[in-house]
Design a protein around this ligand. Structure first.
Ligand code: DX5
Ligand code: ZN
Length: 215
């Protein structure tokens, strides 16, 4: 069954703890945390302090999506704050193996993120060393954008490679995921669906999660 990772970017930050508990009760599998630095993307969100603050609130894995330049500088802080997954954008990494090894050195699962226009060739040679590939289906920076369907063939191609090699690598999708687009992602091989506005902009988060999962 596909896993659902609500993105707290669309939550009410004035009651973040309660917003996280609400999706945990609603059947979420991970909590997706969007970190933006105002350089790699045109928005600023949250840092390690917030990850540290929400860590005791939930037993769910914290899936920390770093949309920042020079991620190596901040990986130790996010790892110590309690991240379970840290994903870095291939477009922001000059020495990707080094960055992946740095994440893993803290016992944290490592993932690589591809923007919609980035080809899978950029990660083919590192696929055996990572735990997750995150496909952006919007250009990162904001919640509530429209799904870019041309990413799907790329996802399908990598999913086939992962199956052929018998690897244990999650395929996560982020951006514009809703009840309709979720189906397309699962068909293309996605194993984790991130959803921000489709979960948090509804009153019944349990129902929203069930619909995205396809129940
Ligand atoms: C976008 C973020 C996403 C965002 C998704 O840059 O990485 O995680 O929260 O929001 P929706 O699901 O509303 O597109
Ligand atoms: Zn994200």
């Amino acid at each position: 069954m596909v896993k659902i990772a609500p993105s707290i970017l669309s939550a009410d930050f004035s009651k973040l703890g309660e917003e996280i508990k609400d999706v945990e009760r609603g059947g979420a599998d991970l909590i997706h945390v969007d970190v933006m630095d105002g350089h790699f993307v045109p928005n600023i969100t949250i840092g390690p302090l917030v990850v540290d603050a929400i860590r005791p609130v939930t037993d769910l894995p914290l899936d920390v999506h770093l949309m920042i330049e020079n991620p190596d500088q901040f990986i130790p802080d996010f790892a110590k704050a309690g991240a379970d997954y840290i994903t870095v954008h291939v477009e922001a990494c000059r020495h990707l193996h080094r960055t992946i090894n740095l994440i893993k050195s803290f016992g944290v699962k490592a993932g690589v993120v591809l923007n919609p226009a980035t080809p899978i060739e950029s990660i083919k040679h590192i696929i055996e060393e990572i735990d997750m590939v995150l496909f952006m289906t919007v250009n990162p920076g904001f919640g509530g954008q429209s799904f870019i369907a041309s990413v799907l063939p790329k996802m399908k191609e990598l999913s086939t490679i992962i199956k052929e090699k018998g690897l244990n690598v999650e395929i996560e999708v982020d951006g514009g995921v809703n009840e309709q687009t979720a189906k397309l992602c699962v068909e293309a091989g996605a194993t984790i669906l991130v959803a921000g506005s489709a979960v948090y902009n509804t009153d019944d988060r349990k129902l929203a999660i069930a619909k995205i999962r396809g129940n």
